[in-house]
Design a protein around this ligand. Sequence first.
Ligand code: NCD
Length: 307
Amino acid sequence: MLKGLHVIEPGNLTVQDIDEICSLAEQIIVDPVAFNDVCRGKILATLFFEPSTRTRLSFEAAMLRLGGSVLGFADASYSSSTKGETLADTIRTVSSYVDVIAMRNPKEGSALVASQYSAVPVINAGDGGHHHPTQTLTDLLTIRSLKGGFEGHTIGFCGDLKFGRTVHSLCKAMSRYKNNKFVFINPPELSIPRYITEQVLKPAGIETREVLRLEEVIGDLDILYMTRVQAERFFNEQDYIRLKDSYILDKEKMKLAKDSMIVLHPLPRVNEISPSVDQDPRAAYFKQVKYGMYARMALIAKLTGAL
Ligand code: NCD
């Protein structure tokens, strides 16, 4: 039962919930018009305290395509948080106007706090360097659609695995399925956080490996998950400048990969995937954008109890 649930991190959804959401998203993809009206009369608030293009707009497009309405802000400098209002009070207020809230905030843990004060479901659209569960639904729907399921994959996570919340959430979700292997490709300064290794990967018995060079492992991968170095989370600009171009996926590296490998990226990309890779049939990051909207349509319909 997904109605009324807060989605703060992937662990809030069971594997059955994920199947239910992906199956509904697949039905919507086949016949979107049939779902045009299911959220008629319902309102989504998008509260974005941090920049976003895809996540906010895909949430809004999702609700509009379900026949519902949206309100909110894309820039918190116009909200009462600049007057010193607490997040708790903002959420108490907004949740008395709407049926579901999608919130992005730079502070880790903020979505959990919001859920404690909300009368309606809160969806975490990214809390600092912590989690981003709807990007994970996007990634899962893409993987299920293009690779046929969630088991038996060798997945390479490349780039900023320390601050990349999409990586943390996808690791947590994929570690629940059988026979997956994770390869972490990162500079030592940007390793996956210990809490993910200790609390998620080890208990799940996931086989992991950490390497420095993408060329060394790209040929073993079924899924390559590229990420941007998260400039906004660095304490020191010099470190960012030194690390930002650690990995650039180009045509030469793609020659070393399997024909069946897919390349995912939550986007925005900066330099880490050369535009020359975009034409490669294995480049799936723009398809992934579209899957994101359908995944969010399915999630909103379920959480609001519309379907
Ligand atoms: C990601 C995010 O915000 O964490 N983008 C997104 O939501 N699609 C990845 C990123 O900003 O690098």
